[in-house]
Each structure stands twice: as structure tokens, then as C-alpha cells.
Design a protein around this ligand. Structure first.
Ligand SMILES: Cc1cc2nc3c(=O)[nH]c(=O)nc-3n(C[C@H](O)[C@H](O)[C@H](O)COP(=O)(O)OP(=O)(O)OC[C@H]3O[C@@H](n4cnc5c(N)ncnc54)[C@H](O)[C@@H]3O)c2cc1C
Length: 456
């Protein structure tokens, strides 16, 4: 049965399978539910009842932030999602006013109230809130403890017809499907399906960053953050590599994230971890946290490289196969863009399903249209994270030829933003993926940025 909002004209197929119940799998499942009689989400982990980290998404122990663009995209997909987040314990944050933003050479960065909010919470609570919404859809089934083993299709790889999985009791099961969405993060099953059918695999672009995350939860001392709810300390690049992020999460706790690069690795020993905060370009976070009680172990995570698999550039793609989320592109997490991109992709899928449902064969062009749009969508976030990463000489990858100009222009734009509230909000909206990068191409703004560049 289609869900209650679906109509006969929105019908695309009988069964959709999603590999992975992470952020992109849950988002895609919700987009598919209006168009398929049944959506089955297969997740290798047992899905927890509460907001607890799980082994299949190890980044869940690390501090996460939701960009303004994530909230907008989540609201579009799950109307009322911000309300759900607050009810679950998330802390609303006006980014420009309630976060102490410490940019080197721009200290103090002016406080400004923006017209939109973000919400601060743990990554497992983001997923739990999404799972609860997905579970309300009568035609979506979440199957935890079920590992997808192989995508199945025609021998020439032109069509995907289902997959083989290992069920909860360890036995193999073949499930037929009209579409298989690969939201596994690694995309390995999509790649092996293409390879085994002798089809071309996507080219990859990588940027080697070798960053190390370490996060612990704390009970902050009362008033430790002064009038702010969160603090972000950016490195004084390229000499400085350390990044710090302190933000509230549910249950009156806060998450402290410290990031190093290359051989400079944040320690997991509790006292040494806190002492590592003294390497930040200002002592603000260390001073705020030095009396705080640590509530969790320090969890570490290594992120070697951003990776973009250009599925959208392939000349043809199997009917009924659709990679999404990190399976297409893993972005340097420091910029906090991954969830936004994953949910924005689900909204693209939702729109394409609605329009394609009117076609005689709705799946014929779906994957290619989706992958082409995803390719364009990723260009903005990739550019936003790639350029600053290349400021470090040790960053691996193909540097843009105009790197110097881009870095200077970004610095000039940031200086303008400190003086002009409208530029500040526009710059923030672009970084939060609320507006496309092209919003900065406004001729008057370009002229002002060039004039500012000439002043240095
Ligand atoms: C350290 C770190 C910090 C981050 N911080 C932020 C942040 O602050 N803000 C932000 O927006 N983004 C952040 N990100 C990025 C964000 O976590 C990802 O972009 C997002 O989780 C992508 O979602 P996904 O569903 O594609 O992958 P995941 O969330 O990783 O989910 C993939 C799921 O697939 C399951 N799976 C894999 N293989 C199989 C299989 N064979 N069968 C069944 N299930 C399978 C896994 O168990 C997992 O549940 C961060 C990433 C990292 C690494």
C-alpha cells in the first residue's frame, strides 16, 4: 500500500530497498515512501532505541553541528522537524549572535542576529529524531542487524533487480526491488556491481587532509561560556592547525571537539585531551572547560581525505541503482556540510520522483537525472571546503590554478563581512548552504571584494 499522501499518479514502483539507516538512508527512505508500495531499509547495526552511538556510524561519537541548510532541508522533507528536535532536547542557537566565533586576525568577530536558527545536539539524537519520523510512515520497514551483501541485476548491468543480504539470524536472503538506493557511506556494493558487469566506474577526486577528531562530553561549570551558547576557534592557518568546537547538546551537557592535522594528534587521555585545548589559537575554550566534569571517554576519529565519486559524469547508469550521501561524496567534516548535502539530495530525489511518476517508465532516467543534479549540488560545498584546505602545504590533491586569488578573495570577503552586516549574513548563508555559491557573484559585491583585496 502506498502511504496515505500518495495517489495513483505518484506510483513509481512496488518495492524500494535502501542500504543503510544513516542520515542519507533515512532521508531517501522518506522521499521514496510516497512513490513505492513498500520501502525496506537494511541496516547492518542493530538500531538502538535511544540516542546512542553505534558501530556502523562511528562518527556518531564525534561532535556534529547542523548547518542552517540542514534545518531547511530537513523541514522540507519532514515538516515540523525543528520542533521535533527541540522536543527531543536540542538547543536552538542563533549562529551569528549566540556562538562566539573566533577567527584569527578578525577578533572580535561582530555578533549579529540572523533570521534563521540552527540546533545543537548529539549526532545520535539527530538520527533518532529522523528514525522516529520515518517509523511513522506505514510503508517503511527498518530492518536492523541486516547486512546487504550484493546488489543483483542483469548480467550486462543495465538493470538492478534487487539484492542479497544477510538477515538478522545470519541466513542469506534475496529481496527483489525496483530500485536499490545505496546509502552505505562507502558505496562499495554499487562499485562492485558496476565492476562485475564490466561497466565503467566513476572517476574520483580526493583531497588528502589527514585530520584527527577527538570529542568528549562534559558537564560545563555554570556560566563557563559567559553570554554565549557555543564557541568555535578557527586555526591561524597555515601556521596553526588546531580547531576547537564547544557546543551544547541535550541533557545540559556540552560536546568538546578538538581537531589536529597530520602528526599532530589529539590525545584520548582525559587530562591530556583538555590540555591539548591550550594549543588552540586562543585560550577561550580551555579556560571555559578547565573546571568542567568530563562525562564520557574521549573518542578519536581519523579522516584521511575528502572523496568525490563522480557517478554523475558517467555516460550511462544502471536503471534502478542510486547511490546517495557519502557514497557519492565525503566532505571534510570540519565544515559540517555532510548532513545538509545528504538531505538536500533526498529532496532532489523527492522532486524527481514526483515529476518522473508521470512518465510511462518513471525509473528509466531517474538515476542519471538524480546523479547529475547531485554532481552540481556538491560543487558548492566542495569548493567551500577545498579552497581553505589547500592553504596547508601538506594537503594532497590538485590545487586550483587560481588558488592564491581564491584565498585572497575569501579573506577579503571575510574582512568585508566584519564591517557590513548584510555581507556577513550572505557569507554565512552561503557557508551554511542556504544559498548557492553563485550568490556571491553579485557584481556590486565582486567589485567591493576586489577593492578590499587591493587594500592589502
Ligand atoms: C568525524 C565526522 C564528523 C562529522 N561532523 C559532521 C557535522 O558536524 N555536520 C554534518 O553535517 N556532517 C558531519 N559529518 C558528515 C556526516 O556524518 C555524513 O556526511 C553523513 O553521516 C552521511 O550520511 P550517510 O547516510 O551517507 O552515511 P552514514 O551516516 O555513515 O550511514 C551509513 C549507514 O550505512 C550502514 N551500512 C554500511 N554498509 C552496509 C551494508 N552492507 N548493509 C547494511 N547497512 C550498511 C552503516 O552501518 C551506516 O548506518 C561528519 C563526519 C565525520 C566522519
Amino acid at each position: 500500500m502506498l502511504n496515505e499522501f500518495a495517489t495513483a499518479s505518484s506510483h513509481v514502483g512496488r518495492r524500494a530497498i535502501v542500504i543503510g539507516a544513516g542520515v542519507s538512508g533515512l532521508s531517501a527512505a522518506n522521499a521514496l515512501a510516497d512513490h513505492f508500495e513498500e520501502v525496506i531499509v537494511l541496516e547492518r547495526d542493530e538500531l538502538p532505541y535511544g540516542a546512542t552511538p553505534r558501530p556502523g556510524a562511528p562518527q556518531g561519537k564525534q561532535a556534529h553541528g547542523l548547518l542552517g541548510g540542514a534545518i531547511k532541508a530537513l523541514e522540507e522533507l519532514f515538516p515540523g522537524f525543528a520542533r521535533d528536535l527541540v522536543q527531543a532536547g536540542a538547543v536552538p542557537v542563533n549562529h551569528g549572535f549566540e556562538i562566539l566565533l573566533e577567527f584569527p586576525r578578525m577578533d572580535p568577530f561582530p555578533r549579529r542576529e540572523w533570521s534563521w536558527l540552527t540546533y545543537s545536539l548529539s549526532r545520535p539524537l539527530i538520527e533518532l529524531t529522523m528514525r522516529r519520523r520515518v517509523e511513522q510512515q506505514g510503508n517503511i520497514m527498518l530492518r536492523g542487524g541486516c547486512r546487504a551483501l550484493e546488489i543483483i541485476g542483469t548480467t550486462d548491468g543495465s538493470d538492478v533487480t534487487g539484492l542479497c543480504c544477510e538477515t538478522e539470524d545470519g541466513s542469506p536472503e534475496i529481496i527483489s526491488a525496483d530500485i536499490v538506493v545505496d546509502a552505505s557511506q562507502h558505496g562499495a556494493l554499487s562499485l562492485s556491481f558496476l565492476k562485475s558487469a564490466g561497466r565503467p566506474v566513476p572517476k574520483e577526486t580526493t583531497i588528502g587532509v589527514d585530520i584527527r577528531y577527538a570529542t568528549a562530553l562534559f558537564a560545563p561549570s555554570p556560566g563557563a561560556l559567559g553570554e554565549f551558547k557555543a564557541i568555535v576557534t578557527f586555526p591561524n592557518a597555515p601556521e596553526g592547525v588546531h580547531y576547537g568546537y564547544l557546543s551544547p547538546v541535550e541533557n545540559n551537557c556540552c560536546q568538546l571537539l578538538l581537531v589536529g592535522r597530520g602528526d599532530d594528534i589529539p590525545p584520548v587521555d582525559g587530562d591530556a585531551f583538555l590540555a591539548y585545548a591550550q594549543k588552540l589559537s586562543t585560550p577561550t575554550i580551555y579556560n571555559a572547560m578547565k573546571g568542567a566534569k568530563r562525562l564520557s571517554e574521549v573518542a578519536r576519529y581519523g579522516f584521511p581525505e575528502s572523496k568525490w565519486r563522480h557517478f554523475g559524469r558517467l555516460d550511462s547508469f544502471p536503471r534502478g541503482l542510486l547511490p546517495t550521501g557519502d557514497a557519492i561524496c565525503c566532505l571534510n567534516p570540519v565544515y559540517g556540510q555532510g548532513i545538509t548535502v545528504a538531505v538536500q539530495e533526498a529532496n532532489i530525489l523527492r522532486r524527481l520522483l514526483s515529476t518522473n511518476a508521470l512518465e510511462p517508465d518513471p525509473l528509466a532516467t531517474l538515476a542519471q537525472a538524480f546523479l547529475a543534479e547531485a554532481e552540481s549540488l556538491i560543487e558548492g560545498p566542495w569548493a567551500i571546503s577545498a579552497v581553505p584546505d589547500f592553504i596547508y602545504p601538506q594537503t594532497r590533491g590538485e590545487r586550483p590554478e587560481d588558488l592564491e586569488d581564491r584565498l585572497k578573495s575569501q579573506a577579503a570577503l571575510a574582512r568585508l563581512a566584519t564591517r557590513d552586516p548584510a555581507v556577513c549574513e550572505l557569507f554565512a548563508e552561503v557557508r551554511h548552504l542556504l544559498k548557492p555559491l553563485s550568490a556571491l557573484d553579485n557584481p556590486e559585491l565582486v567589485r567591493r571584494v576586489e577593492a578590499e583585496m587591493a587594500t592589502v
